[in-house]
Design a protein around this ligand. Structure first.
Ligand code: TYM
Length: 344
């Protein structure tokens, strides 16, 4: 069966949003609204897999929702909500915990990275099971397209494995219920564009991330123009001038990263950027990148500030989104409960 196209994506309200979240995810959410019905979720249940202060969680949840809207997501035409309001996410995640295998989870590189050199025994059980909640987020809505950054690719492959195993294991029951044997879709990751893996401004071999101890490694969506410009001017680079073609970025991770950021912010390609700046030094490129970043990010930051000044209005559109999301989620769960054999 062909599934009705639907987009789902989510961001954790843990810490502050950075340029990687914006270019790898939020910015790419916006044009998809023209083509498909979209659900954009603030995944607060994912966030608590590591400790979050309750007040900080509330603030960050509203801030991620505000960022979606400030960047151009329309919460009326589409659905914006926080995960914990739609309890079916937890219900389906439990069922997927019983479909997925321990071995699948322990092979997740994010789990391995987070626990490398640390005492895995002390991590929460939720952190280990996290990818199965993510599969539930997506499959609850039978989403066909999931725009994410490169770092989520393996989790999306696991989502397909879970969907496939559920469809197989429960095949006879699915048919008995008169449902299409391909009950869950095999979701496509949408990972495209020049900035699906934005790197740290201090070290071109490390991903830009919320958890990097250096503030200088990332640009925050809420940074003042001054801070943005300073961080870009101080970004680590090599001594060479920019090449004229993309080939020339090979083996130059810092240069590749800054050119990718420029291309993504200006909606062009690395090729176009190098056509313009090839042969020029950092003294010319960095100020141009700083101006571009400020011009693109400042309007979003100021709209976020405006929205955050009225948290009740954010809560209202999230409640409305959750209500509409619940209808889709409950329709899926009605079938899932019967398929699994739960008596109602
Ligand atoms: P999270 O909250 O870590 O990141 C949110 C989004 O930002 C992208 N991203 C990046 N993109 C490019 N360069 C970077 N340096 C960078 N850092 C982060 C991420 O790829 C992601 O798209 N597990 C997810 C949240 C999630 C989810 C889902 C996503 C939960 N359920 C269902 C999609 C569908 C996460 O932790 O993302």
């Amino acid at each position: 069966m062909a599934f009705t196209p639907r987009v789902f994506s989510g961001i954790q309200p843990s810490g502050t949003l950075h340029l990687g979240n914006y270019l790898g995810a939020i910015k790419r959410f916006v044009p998809l609204q023209q083509q498909y019905p979209c659900l954009y979720c603030v995944v607060d249940m994912h966030a608590i897999t590591v400790w979050q202060e309750p007040d900080a969680l509330r603030h960050a949840t509203r801030e991620v929702a505000a960022a979606y809207v400030a960047a151009g997501v329309d919460p009326k035409a589409h659905i914006v909500y926080n995960q914990s309001r739609v309890i079916q996410h937890a219900e389906l995640a439990w069922i997927f915990n019983c479909v997925a295998r321990m071995g699948w989870m322990s092979r997740m590189t994010q789990w391995k990275d987070k626990t490398a050199g640390k005492n895995a025994e002390a991590e929460s059980l939720g952190l280990f099971a996290y990818p199965s909640l993510m599969a539930a987020d997506i499959l609850l809505y039978k989403a066909t397209h999931v725009p994410v950054g490169e770092d989520q690719k393996q989790h999306l492959e696991l989502t397909r494995d879970i969907a496939q195993k559920f469809n197989n294991d429960f095949g006879p029951s699915i048919r008995e219920q008169g449902l299409d044997p391909e009950f869950f879709p095999l979701t496509e990751p949408v990972i495209a564009g020049p900035a699906t893996r934005v790197m740290s401004l201090r070290d071109g071999s490390k991903k830009m991330s919320k958890s990097d101890p250096s503030d200088q490694s990332r640009i925050l969506l809420t940074d003042e123009p001054d801070a943005i410009a300073k961080k870009i001017k101080r970004a680590t680079t090599d001594p060479e001038a920019l090449p004229s073609e993309v080939e020339g970025l090979k083996g130059r991770p810092e240069a590749d990263n800054l050119v990718g950021i420029y291309a993504a912010l200006s909606d062009t390609t690395k090729d176009d950027v190098l056509k313009q700046f090839g042969g020029q030094g950092w003294g010319a490129f960095k100020p141009a990148l700083a101006d571009l970043a400020v011009a693109k990010l400042e309007p979003i930051a100021s709209e976020m500030r405006r929205l955050m000044a009225d948290p009740a209005s954010i809560d209202a559109f999230m409640a409305d989104g959750a209500e509409r999301a619940s209808e889709i989620a409950e329709a899926t769960m009605k079938d899932v409960r019967r398929i699994v054999g739960f008596v109602r």
